[in-house]
Design a protein. Sequence first.
Length: 254
Amino acid sequence: MNNRYTDLNSNIIDQWVGQNWEWGVPVSHETYVKALQGNWDVVLTPLKPVPKEWFPSFEDCRILGLASGGGQQMPIFSALGAMCTVMDYSQKQLDSEAMVANREGYSINMVKGDMTERFPFEDESFDMIFHPVSNCYIEDVYHVWNECYRVLKKGGLLIAGMDNGMNYIFDDEETTLTNKLPFNPLKNRELYNICINNDYGIQFSHTIEEQIGGQLKAGFQITDLYEDTNGDGKLHEYNVPTYMATRAIKKGND
């Protein structure tokens, strides 16, 4: 098994983007213009827009789009007046960010980085982190929450989307219980081979203790959350929540 599984995932996401992956299609010029006019929404999970009351004032807000490349959310935040940095390990996702920024004439700081490593930012660099569903591609989510806490200013916001693990139990048709949890290809050769042979990338299920408890252990205070479905497929038809999103704040000194 490849110890640098994140390199494999970077390559597979580049491949998906070339195949018009849903989460790699950048926003249109029309969508950007609407955001300039105050008509906008963004998602962390497949269907539900993030409540607007979750966000701070965007004017001069320093935002980190964590694993949020693709030209989908950062253009909206930039149109609303934020100063955006995007960190992603997919070069094609970063290329999409650059394309939209060049098309619309705004500046964005782009960093090709791996969130399994120390984030390449100083302590307390950002007012908000926007982190769509993506930690299903890494094994250790505790590290990510700790790094998010480190690079956020006191009072800063972490707005994150997460898979709850349900998707990993079933087969592709979502009709048959197939896999036991946790789903971890690095500890199961058969799963690893399935992921590689089917171009799934190396994915991982995570528990509520890791996702919610991990944020709490890092020091965050969770102020709100919601659940969402896949948007299509059998589980969606039965309204089974497969994703969740949280709003958390970095507490200041007591």
